[in-house]
Design a protein around this ligand. Structure first.
Ligand SMILES: Cc1cc2nc3c(=O)[nH]c(=O)nc-3n(C[C@H](O)[C@H](O)[C@H](O)COP(=O)(O)OP(=O)(O)OC[C@H]3O[C@@H](n4cnc5c(N)ncnc54)[C@H](O)[C@@H]3O)c2cc1C
Ligand code: SF4
Length: 335
């Protein structure tokens, strides 16, 4: 591992200021991704700014009934929070589907959102990779890409974003609060990550040194249901081949509102706006859900070895939506 300096600021403002004076700096939170990448020689920061001790570790119910989750809240604490379990079920399920118990006890909300892709070429410094070393090429396109993107990829990169939590947050209309030298701003999680285009080296729209301080979850209407489901190669810890986060509001057999996001398919959580529009006002039936899933996956461009992801995503989305609709019907029947 390359030698590095280590700083431990006392406040978010101090962390941001420390970063501003040091181009080779990187924030460190739980370290479960960054330290691995440093050991592999993929990340070579000159300065580690340890933000893990900053007081960004609270979960607060906001006056409007939403939640404000500090960037340092551990994944296991967020998954177990009673309000998350009851009102943001998809988020709790997504967190529990990610990594292992030990990792979730250390991994943080901010770090989870900004973890790097698991593309094998990205993690192997002996190989070319446009994301790690811009301009060197993308061997995954014609090489090993079974786990990689079918939507929104470019000739320069076909990587997928690995976070389960980010997919649930995208469907739940969460927003991130960030602090930088230019001040504070707030942006929807669904706009945080970017498609690879010509610049796969950038995973997000954040400027260098912008610190995530919190994630905000809006209040959810009563009667709405949410769920997350993940298809993976094994039951123990594994990244998603495909995952689905869905929000469904059904009344008298009709969809009043829906949100749908996919993981494992693209360089970012894939929010399916056209499918959501098709669902609004439609009968809450399997036929409507199949139509919506097909709409969502309409632009898929599978590579040689990952075409299986398209029917897998379709079936997963239909299963999740059907399950939510059935729960809604049962709920109406018993209330
Ligand atoms: C074996 C294994 C299996 C895993 N399986 C899954 C899985 O199935 N699903 C899943 O979602 N994840 C999985 N993970 C990933 C794990 O969830 C992430 O490593 C973890 O969430 C990262 O959080 P961290 O706090 O450790 O981040 P760190 O490693 O400390 O940081 C990660 C990145 O975020 C940046 N960063 C951290 N905090 C901030 C902040 N507040 N503001 C700005 N930048 C910040 C760092 O600079 C770094 O670039 C797995 C990891 C391992 C090792
Ligand atoms: S898919 Fe992206 S991360 Fe993987 S080798 Fe290609 S450029 Fe690198």
């Amino acid at each position: 591992m390359k030698p590095f300096a280590y700083l431990r600021p006392d406040s978010p403002a101090e962390a941001v200021a420390a970063f501003a004076g040091r181009p080779g700096a990187q924030y460190l939170a739980g370290g479960t991704n960054l330290v691995d990448l440093m050991k592999l020689g993929v990340a070579t920061p000159e300065v580690l700014i340890d933000v893990g001790g900053l007081p960004m570790d609270h979960i607060d119910v906001t006056p409007d009934g939403g939640l404000l989750v500090g960037a340092n809240v551990r994944n296991s604490d967020l998954a177990a929070h009673p309000v998350v379990r009851s009102r943001y079920t998809a988020l709790s399920q997504a967190l529990l589907a990610g990594a292992s118990g030990q990792l979730r006890n250390t991994a943080t909300t901010g770090g989870n959102l900004l973890q790097r892709t698991r593309c094998t070429y990205f993690q192997d410094i002996a190989k070319p990779c446009n994301k790690r070393a811009p301009g060197t090429g993308c061997p995954a396109r014609d090489g090993v890409h079974r786990d990689l993107a079918v939507l929104g990829h470019s000739e320069h990169c076909v990587a997928t974003h690995p976070s389960d939590m980010a997919v649930a947050l995208a469907a739940l209309d969460a927003a991130v609060h960030v602090q930088g030298v230019a001040g504070e701003r707030r942006l929807p999680v669904r706009d945080l990550h970017r498609l690879p285009g010509d610049h796969p080296e950038s995973d997000t729209v954040l400027s260098p040194g912008e610190l995530i301080t919190a994630v905000e979850l809006p209040p959810r209407p009563a009667g709405e249901r949410t769920a997350y489901r993940k298809a993976r190669d094994r039951a123990s810890y594994a990244f998603a081949l495909v995952s689905v986060a869905a929000v469904l509001d059904v009344h008298d057999g009709t969809v009043r509102g829906a949100a749908l996001a996919f993981g494992g398919l693209a360089h970012r959580p894939w929010r399916a706006a056209a499918a959501e529009a098709a669902l609004a006002g439609a009968p809450a039936t399997r036929e409507s859900f199949v139509r919506a899933a097909d709409t969502a996956l309409d632009g898929a461009l599978p590579l040689r070895d990952n075409g299986f992801k398209v029917p897998l995503a379709r079936n997963l989305a239909v299963a999740v939506l059907t399950g939510l609709a059935t729960d809604a019907q049962d709920g109406e029947g018993t209330s």
